[in-house]
Design a protein around this ligand. Structure first.
Ligand code: PMP
Length: 449
């Protein structure tokens, strides 16, 4: 009853993200009372395994005792302070740590308060850097097909998921969009590395022709998450770094979704042994507790803004909640877990279990592909395995999977017809088994209709 009452109150006043609100005339909203570890509990005692880390933010479980304790302590001292002209210990310590753990050469940290804002900051900083260096003809950005970088207008412009972008097209800046290394489209028998290498030719050509007017290339390293968890090989990042250097263009890596251990390494860039000019972080940065993002960049870029005030070369971008003390403290507590526990080693055991559990999906007649990068597994449902014809989107099979899985106590949230798993790192092997079993039942249920 309590669920229904809260749901009713919510629907009278609220407008939810990424939702056609009309759907809630038929699909119930789920009010959550509490969370613990991988579990969420509603007001009627139903529990849901959070298989997608609440939109990929949660790393070490809901109500994590270490993060909780750190936040309670911070709360008694300082909740927030203006971050221009003032500073505080948590922001300083976090920046020191981020500089230390991110790829070499990233020595400056600029805070914002969500992923999209971090992308905006990186785009503006790159553009502004070239202005400050007297290269005002550099005004364009290069992005990949099927990429996603957030929903604010700049971030949306450098993304390429039509569902989110198309409506707003007249409002968005022009970008150059090149074919993606997305290995779903490789030839039969072709390796990820070969396909990713082959696909690089498009980016190389675009740089060759347009580098003079391009500020930066922006990319999601290894996994295009919102673009249906499409994956590619690290060799592409290596080639990209080399080409950006060759043609004098910045490289912005958006690790908002894949940072902090999701792909097997702390940062996905490590798998290509590269350092970007800008690294965007958010989501897992605070363990899924509070909104915070960071853009890491180099001395060289920082130096191009550093001058007498009268030169008017400063980066004046600001958000009220920049460097929020509670968020920085949650991030420090999250990093302390990486320091005190061998999270990546444990994740590799969990990832291996996920590989095994995903096997049974391979031969299903409606599965075109099962793919995995670290702690991310995706299952591509199609109408026809041979031709890979998708199900008509109007059938909303992914939504049916979501509803079925919820009824069995697992929160999956397929992207279109792609079922994926991106669980918190505190999930147990038994919970992984439950998660895959329920997904299997859900898939069988919606593909036999
Ligand atoms: N970049 C990537 C790669 C993302 O996955 C997301 C969020 N899904 C964003 C940017 C935007 O982050 P936020 O939702 O915090 O604005």
């Amino acid at each position: 009853m309590k669920n229904a009452i809260l749901s009713q109150r919510d629907l009278a006043v609220l407008w939810h993200p990424c939702t056609q609100m009309h759907d809630h005339e038929t699909f119930p909203l789920i009010p959550i009372k509490s969370g613990e570890g991988v579990w969420l509990e509603d007001f009627e005692g139903n529990r849901y395994l959070d298989a997608i880390s609440s939109w990929w933010v949660n790393l070490f479980g809901h109500a994590n005792p270490i993060i909780n304790a750190a936040l309670k302590n911070q709360l008694d001292n300082l909740e927030h302070v203006i971050f221009a002209g003032f500073t505080h210990e948590a922001a300083i310590e976090l920046a020191e740590k981020l500089v230390a753990i991110t790829p070499a050469g990233l020595s400056r940290c600029f805070y914002a308060d969500n992923g999209s804002a971090a992308v905006e900051v990186a785009l503006k900083m790159s553009f502004h850097y070239w202005q400050n260096c007297g290269q005002s003809q550099k005004t364009k950005f290069i992005t990949l097909e099927n990429s996603y970088h957030g929903e604010t207008l700049g971030a949306l412009a450098v993304g390429d998921v039509a569902l989110y972008k198309k409506t707003y097209a007249p409002l968005l800046m022009d970008v150059m969009t090149v074919s993606s290394p997305d290995c779903y489209f490789r030839e039969e028998g072709e390796s990820w590395a070969d396909y990713s290498t082959r696909q690089f030719v498009h980016l190389e050509q675009t740089l060759q022709q347009h580098a003079n007017e391009v500020c930066a290339v922006i990319i999601e390293p290894l996994v295009q998450c919102a673009g249906n968890m499409r994956m590619y090989d690290a060799v592409y990042l290596k080639l990209l770094r080399e080409a950006c250097d060759k043609y004098g263009v910045h490289l912005i890596t958006d690790e908002i979704a894949v940072g902090f251990g999701r792909t097997g390494t702390l940062f996905a860039c490590e798998q290509a042994a590269i350092s970007p000019d800008f690294l965007c972080l958010s989501k897992g940065l605070t363990g899924g507790y509070l909104p915070l993002s960071a853009v890491l960049t180099t001395d060289k870029i920082y130096g191009a803004f550093y001058d007498d005030y009268e030169k008017l070369s400063a980066f004046l971008h600001s958000h009220s909640y920049t460097g929020n003390a509670l968020a920085c403290r949650a991030a420090l507590a999250t990093l302390s877990i990486f320091e005190s526990q061998d999270v990546l080693a444990n994740n590799s055991i969990l990832a291996a279990k996920m590989t095994v559990l995903a096997q049974r999906f391979l031969n299903h007649p409606n599965v075109a592909e099962v793919r995995q990068t670290g702690m991310i597994v995706a299952i591509e449902l199609v109408k026809n395995k041979t031709t890979r014809d998708p199900y008509p989107w109007q059938e909303r099979r992914g939504l049916q999977v979501y509803r079925y899985a919820l009824s069995k106590g697992v929160l999956l949230r397929p992207l279109g017809n792609v079922i994926y798993f991106m669980p918190p790192y505190v999930i147990t092997q038994d919970e992984l088994t439950v998660m895959f079993d329920v997904a299997w039942q859900a898939m069988v249920n919606v593909t036999t209709k």
